[in-house]
Design a protein around this ligand. Structure first.
Ligand code: FES
Length: 165
């Protein structure tokens, strides 16, 4: 009889352990789903803007290496972006906000061909947005890069920016 009770006890214990393990897996699965939803929702909040490069405000982009600031109030938290023409059909679009402590980086110029941050002197590549020179203290990372597509027929550049909030 004692042997029978032990067998029943063991069977019930194993069932309890099984339920606990399954519920743990279920919780992990649900958490993974929540994480994926966050990624999806952040992707959904990307807004396309079509820029007519024939407009005077973009005239600097008529030349390879030309660069301009641009602002879309409803995107990139209202911060300026930088658009640089890399060749006849390719553009780099990055945030103008320094990844060190948030100053606005300069456009490439005759004096500095890089995207130079005047606050602590970090420098970023004007072709990739990567850090070329770290700030005097601390460190910076690559500027946020935004996808873009150029239509040479219409001379329009579509840029995809993160929407606000
Ligand atoms: S904020 Fe740009 S280098 Fe510090």
């Amino acid at each position: 009889m004692i042997e029978e009770q032990r067998r029943i006890f063991l069977k019930q214990s194993m069932q309890s352990i099984g339920i606990a393990m399954c519920s743990g897996s279920l919780i992990a699965l649900l958490q993974a789903c929540e994480t994926n939803e966050e990624i999806v929702s952040s992707n959904v909040n990307v807004i396309p803007f079509i820029l007519d490069l024939k407009k005077a405000e973009f005239s600097a982009l008529g030349s390879i290496g030309g660069a301009v600031y641009h602002n879309e109030a409803t995107a990139n938290e209202g911060n300026d972006i930088i658009i640089i023409r890399l060749d006849q059909t390719k553009f780099l679009v990055v945030s103008s906000i320094c990844t060190h402590q948030g100053c606005t980086v300069n456009l490439p110029s005759v004096d500095k061909s890089t995207l130079f941050c005047p606050c602590h002197f970090a420098e970023f590549s004007p072709t990739t947005g990567e850090v070329l020179v770290q700030p005097k203290q601390g460190s910076a990372t690559t500027l946020p890069i935004f996808r873009n597509e150029y239509d040479p027929t219409s001379n329009e550049l579509t840029i995809y920016l993160p929407g606000n909030g």
